[in-house]
Ligand binder design. Structure first.
Ligand code: SIN
Ligand code: FE2
Length: 245
């Protein structure tokens, strides 16, 4: 158990106080450095924590800004469905309100989620100090059905170079992690399964990445999902109000 200590009420108050996340590498599963600054930690989320996150993401998917397929400037529609917390992402900027959906302000970014992000950095980088300065203020929550995928892209709409923390729940996928120069090779295909953590920061922060394939029916029982893949990425926008309202 590691992130399972993240609190007993994922839907609300979340954890508080000392002694949280006391067990780096507690899962004992292999941690892989995919590229400098890019680390895959399989099985990082306990089953309980996965269920809590599914429950809270379900709530966010309902509103105040409902989950939707993002429309791209070229008129294309993303196959994944996305809902945001803290700041709303639309191509290619962050705002507080979802002008491209229903105009509502997105849900507040909860402090327990920032705490989870800090714990993720500590475990991924194996450094108790790694999370100290990390203050994620947005989460992009993506839902993939069996046919959804995400093309190779950089996460570069943030004004901060702080790491991206990625949590996967549900069906497994191929996560293609490339380089900062372009969409092509070299890249590494990593299979992300339910409960896995992937962090990319440092030299890898602006590496191209994507999800070329989801494997339907691979989630196993106990996530609370009936199918599909949930991915939560935590980021620092580097924005402050009122500039991006
Ligand atoms: C993303 O690149 O924003 C999402 C990646 C993933 O779904 O694993
Ligand atoms: Fe991304």
């Amino acid at each position: 158990m590691s992130a399972g200590a993240a609190g007993d009420d994922g839907a609300g108050g979340g954890p508080g106080g000392d002694g949280l996340f006391p067990e780096p590498f507690a899962t004992g599963r292999a941690r892989t450095v995919v590229a400098p600054g890019a680390v895959h930690v399989p099985g990082w989320l306990s089953a309980e924590r996965q269920r809590e996150l599914v429950t809270v993401c379900r709530g966010w998917a309902r509103g105040p800004v409902p989950i939707r397929h993002t429309v791209l400037p070229n008129g294309g529609v993303m196959s994944v469905q996305t809902v945001c917390v803290g700041w709303h992402w639309q191509p290619y900027r962050y705002t507080r309100s979802a002008g491209d959906v229903n105009g509502a302000r997105v849900a507040e970014f909860p402090s327990w989620l920032a705490e989870l992000g800090r714990a993720a950095l500590v475990d991924a980088y194996g450094d108790p100090a790694a999370g100290a300065a990390y203050a994620p203020d947005t989460a992009l929550i993506n839902f993939y059905d069996g046919d959804a995928r995400m093309g190779m892209h950089q996460d570069k709409d943030e004004r901060s170079a702080a790491p991206v923390v990625s949590l996967s729940i549900g069906d497994s996928c191929v996560f293609r992690f490339g380089n900062a120069e372009g969409r092509g090779r070299p890249y590494t295909d990593v299979r992300l399964a339910s409960g896995d953590l992937f962090v990319f920061g440092g030299e890898s922060r602006f590496a191209y990445h994507g999800v070329p394939k989801v494997y339907p029916g691979t989630a196993g029982p106990g996530t609370g999902m009936s199918g599909g893949r949930l991915n939560i990425t935590l980021r620092e926008t580097g924005l402050t109000d009122p500039s991006g309202t």
